[in-house]
Structure formats: structure tokens, C-alpha cells
Design a protein around this ligand. Structure first.
Ligand code: SF4
Ligand code: SF4
Length: 421
């Protein structure tokens, strides 16, 4: 038995089989089977470790887990499901031959700022050519259901606009805080405009903002795909990049990235130098909404006459445990009517690349979420994570709604906040 499987096996004994987690699990609700519930998955990992089931037997149930962590919020014995899941994924990853395309994606493409810039530029060209408007009517299918996303991407900035962005933003007046901004991969390539809004909100709140040049991908996709070694390598690079200056906060605007970076200490053995450095790093990681609330430097002046609902990211809710700050900010926007979801903690089905690699199952989960969204009658669906944002845009398109999906920072910019400092 590998160390990872042994660790997961030990953790499975905390599960007392009570089943309280079942109603919280989106895949249990949509797939209606014990195998696709948290308890079923935990039992399967235990059976694999005991030799009563094969590694292949656990592949489908584990791959179809969203990793949303809703189950951990209701578990009375605090079962470390996230750790069980990641170790199970590592076992699955080791049992398979990694193909050249997968190696390129995880080792070279995702962690490279250059490739992410190229993705942004390629999408800009795609939009300029008008191909995005007809992609879902083409007679052939794009890989990974990408045609479904073609018409819903935000307008990309031109390459010249991308190149204009600075790495340091100073205020004319003295800064109240110094912030290291984590730009992310998808946020910076697809939602570049939201990153610009984030920088602007931080400046108006009274912060000096630095974008460390050596930052890289947070490693969430790697960790959630069983590629722990690469996740550790990326964590080390980020920790070192943000040690180059003394920051009060390391700010991100993507729930999934924030959750991964807060969890960096778990990648290293306690008592080691890297563990200590990871603890120092993660203690300063904050979601943009937390920092805006803490700094309290914005005075919203313009009315936004809209009804909105807020779709929280699962990792922000269950890992970062940041729930109230986005709602608090929305309540401060004059004219805005906030209609909360009945089940905000139910995953939207995005879950990293789940909506690409498990597309049909993801759409089943999305359909449940959209019932709740439609009920609110919202003009705008606000969220704080690129995956949720794309998924909400897709849900709105599938439902034929008139609404829009926006990142929280872009909605806050609509209210044209003035600086109090
Ligand atoms: S992480 Fe989410 S999908 Fe996976 S078992 Fe837990 S609740 Fe279900
Ligand atoms: S709630 Fe916790 S203890 Fe109960 S079945 Fe689910 S994982 Fe096991």
C-alpha cells in the first residue's frame, strides 16, 4: 500500500456511516446512488486499501466527485474528506500512464504565464473573427465541449492592452496597506477585465498594489488531479515570489485559488522550513471581499438599480470559510436588491475542469442550481470565482434567461466607489 493510500485509509475510520452528508452532496442528489455519495466513496477507498476492491473500481465514483466539500460542512465527526479524495486521486493518477497532452497541460500550459497570455490572445482573435458566435452551430464538435462556452466568454482585451498593465500601482496619497495581488491563470487570461477592477478597488480602498512577477498557478488543478509533486513545486514558487516584499495581504479574486493557497501548509511536513514558510504565506492570503470589508475604504456613490443574487464558490464557503463579506459589500451598493439563493451551498457543477471532463454530469448539477437562480428573478448573478462565473453564464444561456453573470468586483465598479482615504 502506498503512503497516500495508507493515509487515506487511516482517515476513513473517522466515518461513522451516519449518512448526514448524503443530503448535502450534489452528486448523490443528481445520480441517486450510494456509490456517488461521500459515504460510498469513503467506503470504496477503504475497500481498495483492504484489497476488497480494485483501483479501477474506485475510478468512476472518485472522478465524478465534484470536490465541492459540502459534505465536510455537515459531518459530525469531521472526516477529512478532502484529504481522502486527494490521496485517492493520487493513487488513480499513479495507476495510469500519463499521456503527452495531459503532461503538457499540467506541466507546461497551466502554470505558464506566457501560455495563459497566449490563450487570452487566441480567444481575442477567435472573438474578433466572429467564430465564437457560430461555434455551437458548427457541424463538428470541439474537444471537451468547448463550443458550449464559445459564445459566453467576456470580451477579451487586445494584446496591446494586456501589455500595458503594470506590475506596481502606487497611490498619490499614502498607502494604508501593501497588497500582493495574485492574478491567477484563468482570471488573468479570460477575465482580465475583472483583474483590472480588482486592482482599481484595492487602490481606491487605500492600498498600494504589487503583482509579483514570479508568481505562478496556485496548483489547485494539480492537487485535485492527484499531481501532488507538481502542486508542491508550484506552491514553493509562489511562496518564494511573495517573500520578495513584505505584504500585509496576498489578495486573490478566485475562490478555488484562495482555498488552495490557504491549504499550502498541508503540502509540507510539519517542522520543516517549507512548512513554516507556507504557514507565513497562507496566513496573509485573503479573498478580495474580505480585504475590501476590512479596509472599509470605499464609499459607493452611484445607484445600481438591479436585482442580484449571489452564487458563492464552494471552496470559498467550505475551505476559506468566507461567506459574509461578499454579501456585506453587495448590501452597501445603493439601489441594489439582493435576493439570496435558497441553497447557496449547493455546487454549480463547475468544479475546476469538471464541467469539461464530466460535462453531462456537470449539466445535471447546473440544472438544479439554475432552478434556484431562476426563482430569484435576478438581473445579475454575482459570483467570485472564474469557474462559477463561466458556469453561471452557461446556465443563463441554457435557460434562455435575460440575466447576466458578473464577478463581484465588476459589479462593485458599476457603483463607482469613491476612495475614503
Ligand atoms: S466533495 Fe461534494 S460531490 Fe464530492 S462527495 Fe463531498 S459533497 Fe459530494
Ligand atoms: S457525515 Fe461524516 S461520518 Fe457521517 S457518513 Fe458522512 S462522512 Fe461519514
Amino acid at each position: 500500500m502506498t503512503d497516500g493510500l495508507k493515509h487515506a485509509y487511516d482517515l476513513t475510520f473517522d466515518c461513522v456511516q451516519c449518512g448526514y452528508c448524503l443530503p448535502a452532496c450534489p452528486t448523490y442528489e443528481t445520480m441517486e446512488s450510494e456509490t456517488h455519495s461521500p459515504r460510498g466513496r469513503i467506503n470504496l477507498v477503504k475497500m481498495v486499501a483492504e484489497g476488497k476492491a480494485s483501483v479501477e473500481d474506485m475510478e468512476e465514483p472518485i472522478e465524478k466527485c465534484l470536490g465541492c466539500m459540502a459534505c465536510t460542512s455537515v459531518c459530525p465527526t469531521n472526516v477529512q474528506y478532502g484529504s481522502i479524495l486527494e490521496n485517492a486521486k493520487e493513487v488513480l493518477d499513479e495507476s495510469k500512464q500519463t499521456g503527452a497532452v495531459e503532461s503538457f497541460l499540467f506541466d507546461d500550459f497551466i502554470p505558464s504565464r506566457r501560455w495563459m497570455d497566449r490563450l487570452g490572445v487566441a480567444t481575442w482573435l477567435f472573438q474578433k473573427s466572429g467564430a465564437d458566435r457560430i461555434a455551437d452551430r458548427l457541424p463538428w464538435k470541439m474537444p471537451l465541449h468547448l463550443e458550449a462556452f464559445a459564445g459566453i466568454l467576456p470580451e477579451m482585451p487586445s494584446p496591446a492592452k494586456r501589455n500595458e498593465r503594470a506590475t506596481r500601482y502606487m497611490r498619490k496619497r499614502p498607502a494604508v496597506k501593501k497588497v500582493g495581488f495574485f492574478t491567477g491563470c484563468i482570471m488573468d487570461s479570460v477575465f482580465f477585465g475583472s483583474n483590472e477592477s480588482t486592482i482599481e478597488l484595492l487602490l481606491r480602498s487605500g492600498a498600494e498594489v504589487v503583482l509579483p512577477e514570479n508568481q505562478t498557478c496556485c496548483g489547485a488543478l494539480h492537487a485535485h488531479s492527484g499531481k501532488k509533486e507538481k502542486a508542491i513545486e508550484l506552491a514553493k514558487q509562489n511562496i518564494a515570489a511573495y517573500e520578495e516584499e513584505q505584504f500585509d495581504y496576498i489578495v486573490e479574486n478566485a475562490g478555488g485559488c484562495g482555498a488552495q493557497m490557504i491549504d499550502y501548509p498541508s503540502l509540507f511536513e510539519e517542522g520543516t522550513e517549507w512548512h513554516e514558510r507556507a504557514v507565513a504565506f497562507s496566513s496573509r492570503v485573503k479573498d478580495i471581499s474580505e480585504v475590501l470589508v476590512e479596509m472599509d475604504g470605499l464609499a459607493f456613490s452611484k445607484e445600481v438599480d438591479q436585482t442580484v443574487t449571489y452564487q458563492p464558490s464552494c471552496h470559498m464557503t467550505y475551505v476559506q470559510k468566507v461567506v459574509e463579506p461578499p454579501l456585506e459589500l453587495l448590501r452597501k451598493v445603493p439601489g441594489l436588491q439582493l435576493e439570496e439563493l435558497e441553497r447557496p451551498g449547493f455546487c454549480c457543477g463547475s468544479a475546476g475542469v469538471y464541467n469539461l471532463v464530466q460535462h453531462e454530469d456537470s449539466m445535471d448539477v447546473l440544472d438544479v442550481k439554475m432552478e434556484d437562480v431562476c426563482r430569484t428573478g435576478a438581473d445579475q448573478v454575482v459570483t467570485s470565482n472564474p469557474g462559477c462565473l463561466l458556469q453561471m453564464k452557461l446556465g443563463i444561456k441554457r435557460e434562455g434567461m435575460e440575466s447576466e453573470a458578473v464577478h463581484l468586483v465588476d459589479l462593485l465598479m458599476e457603483a463607482d466607489p469613491e476612495s475614503r482615504y
